[in-house]
Every structure is written in C-alpha cells, then in structure tokens.
Write a protein that binds this ligand. Sequence first.
Ligand code: ZN
Length: 451
Amino acid sequence: MDLSRYMKTSTILFTRGILVDPGTGTYGQRDVLVCDGLVRAIAPSLAPFQEWKRAEEPLRIYDLQGRHLLPGLVDVHTHLRVPGQEHKETLESGTRAAAAGGFTSVLTMPNTKPALDRPAIVRDLKQRIGREAVVRVYPVGAVTRGQKGRSLAPLEALDRAGAVAFSDDGVSIMNASLMREAMQRALRLGRPIVSHCEDERLARGGVVQEGAVAEQLGVKGIPHAAEDVMTARDLTLAWDTQARLHLAHVSTAKSIEMVRRAKDRGIHVTAEVTPHHLVLNEKAVLEVGSNAKVNPPLRTEQDQQALQAGLQDGTVDAVASDHAPHHPDEKALPLAEAPFGVIGLETTLPVVLSLVHQGVIGLKRAVELLTTGPATAMGLDSGTLQAGRRADLVVVALEHPFRVDVRSFRSKARNCPFDGRLLKGRALLTMVGGEVVHEDREALQGRITMH
Ligand SMILES: [Zn+2]
C-alpha cells in the first residue's frame, strides 16, 4: 500500500459496521462516510459510493465486518495535570491515553498548579490544548479562588475564557453560602456545577472505607456519611436555586437513592459513577494496595450493587474515568501516605463492557453512559453521529480478549487497579474530526483498502 496516499486522504468510508448511537436511536448495520472532518452520510449501505468519490483524492475504506461503530466516547472527569504537574501526565500523554481508550472528548479538572481559577490560565491552557492534545479537551474552571473554598473565582470571566463547567473537584466546598452563590451564578451562565461531595471533618485522616478492611490495615476509615451529608446538602441547594448540579464519582447506596428521589422531584441533577467503584469494592486494597486507594474510597459490596442498579434504572447519567495519574514514586509510598486516585482512560471502555458481558446492562445503555449521557450532562455538542456533524467516532471489537498491561499504556502513569486482569472489548480505531488519532493496525490488518 502507498502510505503517503493512505495518510493524506480525508475521504473515508466505514462499511459493514454495527452502529450503536443512542443519540439517534440507531442500532444496526450502517455504512458511514467521512469527508473533510465531518460525517457526510450514514445509510444501511453506501455502495455504490462512487458519487462521493472525488477524482483528485483516493478513498480509504475500512471493512469492519461486524465490528461495532460508536460515537466517540465522552469523559466528563479526567485530571490531565496541566498546568504544573507534568511529571504525572501531559496533554500529549493524557490525550493519547484517551484516544487509545476510545474517548474523543474529555473534560479536564481544575485542581492543577496553579488552579484554573483565572481567565488567563484557562486561555493559556486552551492554547496548549490546541498544540498538544489529540482529542478534544474542555477545561473545567475552579469554583473558588485557588480551590481554597474562601471566595468565589470569577466564574463569568472563566466562562468567557472557555470553561464549560465549574468545580473544586479534589476537595469539597464546605461553605454552603459560597456553594449557593456559585450555583446561582452558574445557572445564569447556563453551566453546571460539578460537586465533589466529601465532608472535610467526617473524612479527615481517612485512607480507605470505614469498617473491617480499615481495621485490618490499621488505618483510619472514611465513613459513607462523609459523602452522603454533602450529597444531601448540594441536592437541597440545587432544589432551592434550580441550578444544574452534577455529582462527581457517586459511590454510596444512600447517595444513589438521594439522586433517584431528586430526579423524581425534578431537581436538575446529573450523576456520574466511576468504573472502579462499579466493579471493585473495599477488599481490592488488600490485593493491590495503593493502586486501589481512591477518593471517595472503594466502598462495600452493597454500595457496588446500588451503583449498578443506578446504571440500570437511569439514576446514573454517565460513567466517568476520574483518571487521576500519579508518578510511580508517589504511589510507592506507604498506603497511608500515597496520594488518592487511579488512572482509567485506557480501561474504562472494557470495564463498562464487562458489565455488558455479565448481563448487568445492555450494550445500548453502556454506550449511552459513555456518549449522550455525559455529553448532555455537560451541554456538549458531541456523543452522537449525524450527517453534517463532526466525525468523532470509535471502532470497537466487543469480544476481543486482552490482558491489561500497564507497561503498554500511553498514559505516563501506571496506577491502575486492573493491571493483569483479563478484559474483553477494546477500541481498534479512534477518530476525532475525521482524523485517525488511534489505530490498532494489527487488529485492522486486511480490513483497510484504498480505492
Ligand atoms: Zn473528586
């Protein structure tokens, strides 16, 4: 194959793929034609496609032979660590990890150094994104100055600079009056507030979930109530203000139940859960140590089941990675001193698919939780494939078994609780705006032709 022709063409046809798009209610075999970065046509069959073929340009065809074609995945919760903590992750490594995991849009949290609390910092980050990122990256602005919880950041100016939501993620905003004012101002801007629900005093000094495992390890536990009292407070404030509230990493049965009731009441709340809280519980830390130390902590088996029930009945809107890279030296510290957080961009899709393979949720629901669910929660124009819209998509081999190997990760970090685990289903090709940003050439071998 002439590689220069292959690289240059911007006309690409995906044929015989199974398209799953909850945004348009499509489920079935479709051909998808991409031209100049946009989806040009979607139909059960685009053969003969000659009318779109341009004389001056070759057409690249991917024959998917029953592989699945999904809208590019959307992750509303990542920590790309830029600016200031590039020893943990960079825009280049973090977005390559996203692409390898099937994500075409990610939100990056503002707990950076400095925090994303001033418009100049957001503007500078956006310029760096333009130069270094291979997927779309949307900055989340800080709610309070320096994320210190004492005074509000200039939310209106951050909005103008490009922040798509506001959060002090990493810490809770303990001052209810500040949180209320933040909600009122975010509401006027049409932006959601993303809340990290954790009562500072109830959680203080805690390392893992309160209970038998904490006792066995001889470390302080974090009670369920640390999360639940703040969930209750923020739902009350959202009820009061009518603001859009998005709850990050919901991890307890009680918080899921509160979100369920709040939605019944018409409160504007959306909720995300993480892959690790869905498939692991407090016992994981006994096996993998600090690579299972996260905030909120991995909870009990009953919590895990409640989160899965939340996926099933629509209480949960999105699965988000909470990708939290740390340097291996930091995670090598003793459990009590190691930082909280695990990476997830390269394992979220297969972990969610493991719930499909186990019959916990159907494929359509799984795709919804990774595309339209998160996109709608954050008001993003993505997560669906339609003619005339930008060509952000992912090709997935649903049944493809592989062993997770952190050494193969694009992320700079290695703090993954699933290392060594056998999973099924991964991204073979990821496309952002018509450009292939990740491709498993080996798996696609024999399926790519030029015309
Ligand atoms: Zn958080």
